[in-house]
Design a protein around this ligand. Structure first.
Ligand code: ADP
Ligand code: MG
Length: 592
């Protein structure tokens, strides 16, 4: 597998680079041989591409649908025009376009990123009309609806060259996003924001930085376009109909793909040029039809069409590029996990809950829970369905805040810690209903856990060593498999690998044995024991299958209706009347 995958990649890679180089040469030479009509058409196309691609960093990579992206283009154009007409040198004018567009992005980030999904998209729809209103009304600065006329220099060729450089920079940035730790933060957010945070991704800075990056490119694109137009007005720079064109282009080509926005925008602009020169008033209708057709027949865009992704050469058009990072190493069986060994010191308290209480409305899910977990212990946490086990895990990992009481990790109160900080303190967890990053591979899932978690390993190194963790949980052969294609048990195994890779001190395992065969359960029990014995990791294991639990736990904590009703060494807990009736009453039968 190792060698075949590298050799089959190398020929098309050459072709791609050759095509890329030819494309750049062709693009750069257009002003030399083409007339000004074609040159300005290609210039407008390049600007649209920059808009489409920078929009797609937020949408295709991070999963936020921003319908207000075009406003940053207008803001850049206005910042540039206002300063240029006041006699400022050209370079600071371009710098101002970048600066004000990203500043605007930072300002809107604060309220916008409190919203999710459709609410976010809907709120962003207001940005372009709002900017148009402002541009119309701040007449002292913008000359209102009259617009700004720039010095009538002939700047088509320099504007063209600048736009071509911006296109190259845009492509390079996309490639960087595909392959960098930063980009993985975005793809984790796109797949499951809450899990991303628990994996250690600090959400807001990534989201704001991405919106600012996309705004900076849009702002520069706007200033180049303003320079070439030599006249701007609110109704062209903040026009909602035009605003949606780059979005439609990116969706047409394939949002999230390396070449999707480029392909879509070229196709879309050429079509528009061919069909709509005389009927530009139909643009919105055509846009709508295009988006409906894509949604109906080609969800994911043209480049994700089956006949393209299955074709030897063409499949390169549909690649996402991030899958091949770190080579294709495969671990040998029994290879030691690259984790530090922690000396077991049972006098150390890893976790302490002091009267922790959590309620959903009137339903008290965790009721005044106090407990201490010592380093190197394996503790079984049991109780009937709905007794608050998962909620307690959610409190410890910072997804919920206790209504009262405290939670201390190695003596530190975590009341003010975000979920990502708690992870970096050394808390790892799995989810009862598995939540791997569905669109990413097994390797990538594990690498994200490793690079953003307490281990803080570099991305490349995390990718290279992911196979050892995958092997450990029995997913060795599935490294390049997308997580969404795994079976339920494989997803649970992946969660364990992702949590382990983060290098936790305390691992919270939420029901992994149900649905496993006896042999698989035995293997799993061995994993839990190895994790503690070989690496000194403390474990709290929530499990219904008592026969599995009883093989390995030192101590049992029993919850009933959110309260601790027993906390004792295994043998002792099993003699407790209350424990036997509330929990072990049915589980003990199963254990036999
Ligand atoms: P367990 O994991 O022990 O089965 P949970 O912690 O999932 O129990 O649930 C404890 C109680 O809290 C249950 O009554 C459950 O319905 C309630 N609960 C859990 N999560 C939520 C939530 N997000 N919203 C409302 N109620 C919840
Ligand atoms: Mg549960």
């Amino acid at each position: 597998m190792t060698s075949t995958s590298t050799t089959t990649l190398s020929t098309p890679r050459l072709v791609i680079y050759a095509c890329g180089a030819a494309f750049v040469v062709l693009l750069a030479s257009i002003p030399a041989f083409a007339g000004s009509y074609l040159t300005s058409f290609v210039l407008a196309l390049m600007i649209s591409f920059v808009l489409a691609q920078s929009w797609d960093w937020v949408n295709g990579q991070m999963g936020y649908l921003n319908l207000g992206h075009f406003a940053f283009y207008g803001i850049g154009a206005y910042a540039f025009a206002i300063l240029l007409t006041r006699g400022v040198q050209i370079v600071p004018c371009f710098a101002a376009a970048i600066f004000f567009a990203s500043l605007a992005a930072l300002l809107v980030s604060l309220p916008l990123f409190r919203l999710k999904g459709d609410y976010f998209a809907f709120a962003t729809l207001a940005i372009v009309p709002l900017c148009e209103l402002l541009a119309n009304n701040f007449e002292g600065l913008t000359k209102g609806s009259e617009g700004i006329t720039l010095p009538p220099d002939y700047v088509l060729v320099p504007a063209y060259i600048l736009a071509a450089l911006l296109v190259a920079l845009t492509l390079a940035t996309t490639l960087w996003l595909m392959r960098s730790r930063f980009g993985y933060a975005l793809r984790a957010i796109r797949n499951d924001e809450q899990v991303a945070e628990v994996a250690g991704v600090r959400l807001f800075p990534y989201k704001a930085a991405t919106l600012m990056l996309s705004a900076a490119f849009a702002g520069l694109a706007g200033s180049i376009q303003a320079w070439q137009f030599s006249y701007i007005a609110p109704n062209t720079m903040f026009n909602l109909g035009v605003a949606l064109v780059p979005i439609a282009g990116a969706l047409l080509g394939g949002s999230g793909l390396l070449l999707g926005p480029l392909f879509g925008m070229v196709l879309f602009s050429s079509l528009e040029q061919a069909l709509l020169v005389k009927m530009s008033h139909l643009r919105e209708a055509v846009l709508g039809v295009v988006i409906i057709l894509i949604g109906r027949f080609l969800p994911g865009g043209l480049l994700r069409a089956k006949w393209i992704s299955r074709h030897d050469l063409l499949s390169w058009l549909s690649r996402e590029s991030h899958f091949e990072i770190g080579g294709h190493r495969h671990a040998t069986a029994g290879e030691r996990l690259p984790l530090v060994h922690r000396e077991v010191d049972t006098d150390r308290i890893v976790l302490e809950c002091q009267g922790a209480t959590m309620a959903f409305g009137g339903n008290v899910a965790v009721n005044n829970v106090s407990l201490k977990i010592r380093q190197g212990e394996i503790v079984g946490l049991v109780g009937p369905n709905g007794s608050g086990k998962t909620t307690l895990f959610n409190l410890i990992s910072g997804i919920y805040r206790p209504r009262s009481g405290r939670i201390l990790i190695e003596g530190r109160d975590i009341a003010d810690f975000r979920a990502d900080e708690i992870t970096r303190l050394g808390i790892g967890r799995s989810y009862q209903i598995p939540r791997p990053f569905a669109e990413l591979t097994v390797r990538e899932n594990i690498a994200i856990g490793r690079t953003f978690g307490a281990s803080k390993t570099k991305l490349l190194e995390s990718m290279r060593t992911a196979d050892i963790f995958a092997n450990f949980v029995g997913l060795g052969g599935l490294l390049e498999q997308k997580a969404e294609l795994l079976s339920l048990q494989q997803k649970k195994a992946l969660e364990l690998a992702r949590a382990l890779a983060a290098e936790p001190k305390l691992l919270l395992v939420d029901e992994v044995a149900s649905g496993l065969s006896t042999v698989e359960i035995a293997a799993f029990v061995k994993h839990i024991r190895d994790i503690r014995d070989q690496y000194g990791i403390t474990i709290i294991w929530v499990e219904h299958i008592f026969s599995a639990l009883s093989q390995v736990v030192d101590r049992l904590i029993v919850l009933d209706s959110g309260a601790v009703i027993a906390d004792a060494p295994l043998a002792e807990a099993m003699r407790d009347e209350r424990v036997l009736t509330t929990y072990l009453g049915h589980a003990a039968g199963e254990a036999k």
